[in-house]
Structure formats: structure tokens, C-alpha cells
Design a binder for this molecule. Structure first.
Ligand SMILES: NC(=O)c1ccc[n+]([C@@H]2O[C@H](COP(=O)([O-])OP(=O)(O)OC[C@H]3O[C@@H](n4cnc5c(N)ncnc54)[C@H](O)[C@@H]3O)[C@@H](O)[C@H]2O)c1
Length: 256
């Protein structure tokens, strides 16, 4: 148990997925209260059982403004403030470029980029409220991807959405940094979550894809959800108080 996030209040999206659940677990163990949002409620009961009163679950779609407002209101009504936003929800889709149609492109951009934009807009008033008296004490983390910095085949919509997330992060960092709000992103390498599996589903043997990615990584290891949870907890903590506008690769050295 490390109490460096003691007393903070966070909103985490995609909280029932691989990274979101690990982030929620890490935040709670570090002393943070969490509003956990996910578009599904499949797994919500076990989340609530695991974390008890430290977590309030809300089924909601971060693409829907009313759901985002409800999530922010839940944090304010329950714990009186909002210190941390982790924009983690996302979807993975792969397709040969010649097979990408408008519908697929729009879906990925809407969920991975527009959803994060909409939720951030809904959360900002609460996050800025009272920040003048405690600058640098609040923070936003966006889940981008290695594909927010690079590209691979069959990933055009996803890579565009994740490059967009880094653009959103940097733009907001410029706009709200002067008010003391810290904003960063994390660019993970591939991990064996539902989304990670989906992005390798095109291959005859996804296992072989994972293995070749592992071999291509300098540390010869693939990341695990806990690596993203630890990076998130660091970025939102006071230990990172001068880290701002950074797209942090957490990928074991997938690109050197
Ligand atoms: N797993 C990887 O290999 C990997 C690599 C790089 C980046 N990422 C990014 O990390 C984030 C989390 O990925 P993960 O691996 O945990 O995926 P995951 O599929 O395990 O979890 C994603 C969660 O987001 C939820 N979600 C999807 N659409 C939503 C919406 N509109 N509103 C609210 N919730 C929604 C899903 O229900 C799911 O629980 C994503 O943004 C993803 O793009 C993942």
C-alpha cells in the first residue's frame, strides 16, 4: 500500500476492461476514491465486490454527453470534488486499408477520440474549480497508444484516433497548463487484454503475433495491465508535478 494518492477522487472510464480495472485497483490501493464508468455492466458486480465503498460504478457511454455529466455529478455528489480523470475507454479494430469503410472509420474516431473529448469537456469545470488555491494537484491522463506515435499495417482508423488523442492532450496541456492542471498521455505497447486480442484477430495465429511483438521489444516482454496502472498512478501523483504534456511510452522498448 502506497498512500501517495490518498484523499484524491478519480474518474476512470473503461473501468471493467483490462487496463481500467487495473488502474482502479491501483488507485484504490493508493487511497483514491473512484467513479468507475463503462459502457457495459458485465463485471460490474465483481468490481463493486472487490472495491466496496471506495468505488461507485456507473454504466455509461463516454460518447454521450448526458452520461458524462452524470459521471462527474456522481463524483461531486459522493465525494465533493474531482481530482483525476483517466480517459481510458477505447475500442480496437483492424482491417486492411482497402476494406475500411466510412462507418468503421467513424466508429473508431467517435469512441477513441470524440468520446475522450466529450468527457474531458464535461469534467473540466469540476477539475478547475478551486484549483487556483492548489495548483498542480489535479491531473488528466489520456490512454493513447504506441499507435498514437507510430503506425502498423491494418491500423489506419485506430492509429488516426490515437494520434488524435495525443494532439488533444497536447492542445489541452497548452490551454490549461497555465491554470495549474497537469495533462499527459500514456502510449502502451500491446497487452493481452480483450482489445489487444481484437487487434491481432486478423492473424491465423494471434499467439504468433504476440510472440513476434515480444521478440521485437527490447526488454523481450509484453506489458501487463499493472504496468499501465503504475504509470497512471505515477503521472497523477505529486511525484510527477512537473511532468506535463508528455506522451509516455510504456512498451518495454518496442521502438528505440
Ligand atoms: N491492450 C492493448 O494492447 C492496448 C495498447 C495500446 C493502447 N490501449 C488503449 O488502452 C485503453 C484500454 O484498453 P484495454 O486493453 O484495457 O481494452 P479492453 O477492451 O480490455 O477494455 C476497454 C473497456 O472500455 C469499455 N468501453 C468501450 N467503449 C466504451 C464507451 N463508448 N464508453 C465507455 N466505456 C467503453 C469497454 O466496455 C471495456 O470494458 C484503450 O483506450 C486502448 O485503445 C490498449
Amino acid at each position: 500500500m502506497n498512500n501517495r494518492l490518498d484523499g484524491k477522487v478519480a474518474l476512470v472510464t473503461g473501468a471493467l476492461g483490462g487496463f481500467g480495472r487495473a488502474i482502479t485497483r491501483k488507485f484504490v490501493s493508493d487511497g483514491t476514491k473512484v467513479v468507475a464508468v463503462d459502457v457495459t455492466d458485465d463485471g460490474a458486480e465483481s468490481l463493486q465486490d472487490e472495491f466496496g465503498d471506495s468505488v461507485k460504478f456507473l454504466q455509461g457511454d463516454h460518447c454521450v454527453r448526458a452520461h458524462n455529466e452524470a459521471a462527474v455529478a456522481l463524483a461531486l455528489d459522493t465525494w465533493g470534488k474531482l481530482d483525476i480523470l483517466v480517459n481510458n475507454a477505447g475500442i480496437g479494430r483492424t482491417a486492411a486499408f482497402s476494406e475500411v469503410d466510412d462507418e468503421l472509420f467513424r466508429e473508431v474516431i467517435d469512441v477513441n477520440l470524440m468520446g475522450q473529448f466529450r468527457l474531458t469537456q464535461a469534467a473540466l469545470p469540476a477539475m478547475l474549480d478551486g484549483l487556483d488555491s492548489q495548483p498542480l494537484s489535479r491531473s488528466i491522463v489520456f490512454l493513447s497508444s504506441g499507435l498514437g506515435l507510430y503506425g502498423v499495417a491494418r491500423s489506419a482508423p485506430y492509429a488516426v484516433s490515437k494520434h488524435g488523442v495525443n494532439g488533444l492532450m497536447r492542445s489541452l496541456a497548452a490551454e490549461y497548463g497555465p491554470r495549474g492542471l497537469r495533462i499527459n498521455s500514456i502510449c502502451p505497447g500491446i497487452a493481452d487484454t480483450a482489445l489487444g486480442r481484437m487487434t491481432t484477430a486478423w492473424a491465423d495465429s494471434p499467439e504468433e503475433v504476440f510472440e513476434s511483438l515480444r521478440q521485437a521489444t527490447q526488454l523481450r516482454r509484453l506489458i501487463e495491465p499493472e504496468d499501465i496502472a503504475n504509470a497512471s498512478a505515477f503521472l497523477v501523483s505529486d511525484d510527477a508535478r512537473m511532468i506535463h504534456s508528455v506522451a509516455l511510452r510504456v512498451d518495454g522498448g518496442a521502438h528505440v
